[in-house]
Design a protein around this ligand. Structure first.
Ligand code: CFM
Ligand code: HCA
Length: 541
């Protein structure tokens, strides 16, 4: 049967955890489940990694500064902390931007207070003030954002107070705000997304009611970060269909896009994990409905475009969307057929962040490649089990240290885009608002789903099931390749991309065909396999 995996992974779980101490094994076993789309199992997710285990996760600061705010070009993002935090979150994600002439682009700079020992002892607020003054004098930005790193939280510098004071001192309409996104604040990047969402909503979104309409139909694309130029492709696609993207959050974004985002008529949510809070707040406050979309995979992309057509319900728009799909699919089918001759029947494993391990399964499906195992680093249960399966009240139960801001209807500016009845009618036609399937609903029965995969578990999986391609990030890349398995980075796409949209699918087919069907990997021998090596000798007890 098509939906059943033809490799038996049923013993994998036991093998992965057998080496762990009893308590650890018990805990890890809850994060490893066998997928069954007809009866979606519960999975443990968004919990603290057990100390001692090598996780692939990152920190809360990374999720806030690097991920959500990083791709905005005209805010000066100052990292208040040691220089490493600023440096290692500086464009490593390959998020691209395209300023028009005379528009500033601060993304090519790395701003940091470069805290030293004396700042830790005597406090760093003064240094932060100086940094803000200096940044303003040099660049005259519209906005400055300040990000707290671990030591800032530990010594108690108040970035919010400094931001308020400096906003007043500089004046000239400048917007300055801080983020309490200390690295340790959550269990992963995910907490940083939430903190970023809250502050974006408080400090930027909805600040400007100007409607700059270039098209009749106006949407926001949320949870798209323009890695490798993905947002450029999506923007162009909507433009071709006659739809205006008011704001992308936050790929290729500007202060103006954030400030006017509340004037759009629909929110499409790509990476739900990182931006769902903004989607919900825009709905509550301004009446903009949201639905999930996926532009990874040509078929998924066509489906998402059709959803937008259906939402607006204009036959002319729907016809235009069909024309665009038909035209875009010609090179896609050609490239797919060509690649598939080699890729069909191969296997993949995907372990990435909080949405790509799900979305990229579409592209692998299109190539006839089966996903054996997949998992997120920091997804929540809803990302795995689906929002329909879990009542929403539980969704954020595990984000304990994050401020839950209460947003109310903005009485004077709330404009329902559709009536309740209209939304219900659209839902009856298959459009789904505020709900979606998680990763597990779309995986083959018998495949393995693992949350927060440890380095050890990764090695075990590879030794045992040697997939044709392993997808993850830079921490995994060279370890996996030394085992003779090609690794495709699904975070920064290595040097490739864009992979979104139809044009992106063509790029992906080509890249995967090259990497997964290349015989060189079978020739790989790790040095320790062919050379003698000195084994550690332990002192006798
Ligand atoms: Fe969303 Fe992202 Fe991802 Fe993410 Fe990330 Fe990223 Fe990712 Mo790296 S916002 S959850 S925190 S899709 S940076 S662009 S690739 S882990 S799967
Ligand atoms: C982050 C960013 C990251 C890291 C990728 C990787 C990204 O989480 O801080 O580990 O290779 O996409 O750049 O996810």
């Amino acid at each position: 049967e098509k939906n059943i995996l033809n490799i038996d992974l049923s013993s994998a779980k036991e093998e992965l955890i057998e080496i762990y101490p009893k308590k650890v094994a018990k805990k890890r076993s809850k994060a490893i489940v066998v997928a069954d789309p007809d009866n979606i199992p519960e999975i443990q997710a968004n919990v603290r990694t057990i100390p001692g285990i090598i996780t692939q996760r990152g920190c809360t600061y990374a999720g806030c500064k690097g991920v959500v705010l990083g791709p905005t070009r005209d805010i000066i993002n100052i990292t208040h902390g040691p220089i490493g935090c600023g440096y290692y979150s500086w464009l490593t994600r390959r998020n691209q931007t395209r300023p028009s002439e005379n528009e500033p682009n601060f993304m090519t700079y790395c701003f940091s207070t470069d805290m030293q020992d004396s700042n830790i002892v005597f406090g760093g607020e003064q240094k932060l003030k100086d940094a803000i003054r200096e940044a303003y004098e040099l660049f005259h930005p519209k906005a400055i954002a300040v990000f707290s790193t671990c030591p800032v939280g530990l010594i108690g510098d108040d970035v919010h107070r400094v931001a308020r004071q400096m906003k007043e001192e500089i004046g000239n309409g400048i917007n300055i705000f801080g983020f309490s996104c200390e690295g340790y604040r959550g269990v992963s990047q995910s907490a940083g997304h939430h903190i970023a969402n809250n502050q974006l909503f408080r400090n930027l979104i909805g600040n400007d009611d100007t409607v700059n309409a270039t098209h009749k139909y106006r949407i926001n694309v949320l949870g798209e970060y323009n890695i490798g130029g993905d947002a450029f492709v999506i923007d162009e696609l909507f433009n071709k269909c006659g739809i205006q993207v008011v704001a992308t959050m936050s790929g290729n974004s500007t202060v103006e896009q954030f400030e006017t985002a509340h004037t759009a008529d629909l929110n499409l949510v790509m990476c739900h994990r990182s931006i769902n809070y903004v989607a919900e707040m825009l709905e509550t406050s301004f009446g903009i409905p949201w639905m999930k979309s996926n532009f990874i995979g040509a078929d998924a992309c066509a489906k998402s475009l059709r959803k937008v057509g259906k939402y607006f319900g204009d036959p002319e728009l729907i016809a235009r969307i069909e024309e665009v799909i038909a035209e875009e699919m010609i090179p896609v089918i050609e490239a797919r057929e060509k690649a598939k001759l080699k890729t069909n029947g191969k296997t993949a494993m995907l372990f990435v962040g909080g949405s790509r391990a799900h979305h990229y399964q579409e592209l692998f499906d299109e190539l006839g490649i089966t996903t054996l195992c997949a998992g997120y680093e920091f997804g929540h249960r809803d990302d795995y089990e689906g929002r329909r399966v879990i009542p929403s009240i539980q969704i954020d139960a595990d984000s304990r240290n994050i401020e839950q801001i209460t947003v109310t209807k903005d009485e004077t500016r709330y404009k329902p885009r559709k009536t309740e009845e209209e939304l219900k009618a659209l839902e009856a036609e298959g459009l789904e608002f505020n709900g979606y399937d998680g990763m597990m609903a779309e995986m083959k029965k018998g495949s393995l789903v693992i949350d927060d995969l440890s380095h050890y578990e990764m090695e075990k999986l590879i030794e045992k099931y040697h997939p044709d391609v392993f997808c993850a990030g830079i921490k995994e890349k060279y370890c996996v390749q030394k085992m003779g398995i090609p690794l495709k980075q699904l975070h920064n796409y290595d040097s490739g991309g864009p992979y979104a949209g139809f044009a992106g699918a063509v790029n992906f087919y080509k890249d995967i065909e090259q990497i997964a069907c290349c015989s060189i990997w079978k020739e790989m021998k790790a040095p320790w396999e062919s050379e003698e090596y000195v084994e550690a000798v332990y002192a006798a007890v």
